[in-house]
Design a protein around this ligand. Structure first.
Ligand code: FES
Length: 163
């Protein structure tokens, strides 16, 4: 399954869990943003059709909050949960290791645009803390070594180069 399909599947699950409830729009937008790292027209249109809301309304809510990005992030999106359980279980150490190894800052992309690193709130999998999501795939009970290895693999062994 491609990372795109995985993300779409997770988004669909999240909307289903909210019963496709219009009043859960903001929560769903947050989760969609955490999955994709940004919004584009197709994604917002998709959410509007699933929640049966006018696209202009969904776009209006999304653009009201300046924490949402509308620019495409790196090719691969890594999200680190910084909720309490994940924080206590040492996610900060993993995030710092990712920043060092891939020349990246949280909230940004690597100089060559291949990966982006985002911080999220609790993703609801505290029992598996610390959780790191790579292209929509959650790595639970994550260790620094396992996460770095997975990212290297996702990058195809390629080195992240400066532009
Ligand atoms: S705090 Fe990370 S999953 Fe809940």
């Amino acid at each position: 399954m491609s990372s795109e399909d995985r993300r779409l599947q997770m988004l669909e699950r999240i909307m289903r869990e909210h019963g496709y409830d219009k009043s859960a729009l903001l929560e769903i937008l947050h989760m969609a943003h955490e999955l994709y790292g940004y919004f584009d027209k197709n994604l917002l249109n998709y959410i509007s059709s699933r929640l049966n809301l006018p696209p202009s309304h969904v776009y209006g809510v999304a653009s009201f909050y300046n924490l949402f990005k509308f620019r495409r992030p790196g090719e691969h999106v890594i999200s680190a949960c910084m909720g309490t359980a994940c924080y206590v279980k040492g996610v900060e150490e993993i995030v710092s290791a990712i920043e060092r190894e891939f020349n990246i800052k949280r909230g940004g992309s690597s100089p060559d645009g291949r990966i982006s690193l985002f911080i999220t709130r609790c993703i609801g999998a505290c029992a598996m803390a610390p959780n790191i999501t790579i292209d929509g795939e959650v790595i639970g009970r994550a260790t620094k070594e396992a996460v770095l290895e997975r990212i290297r693999k996702v990058l195809g062994g390629g080195v992240v180069e400066a532009r």
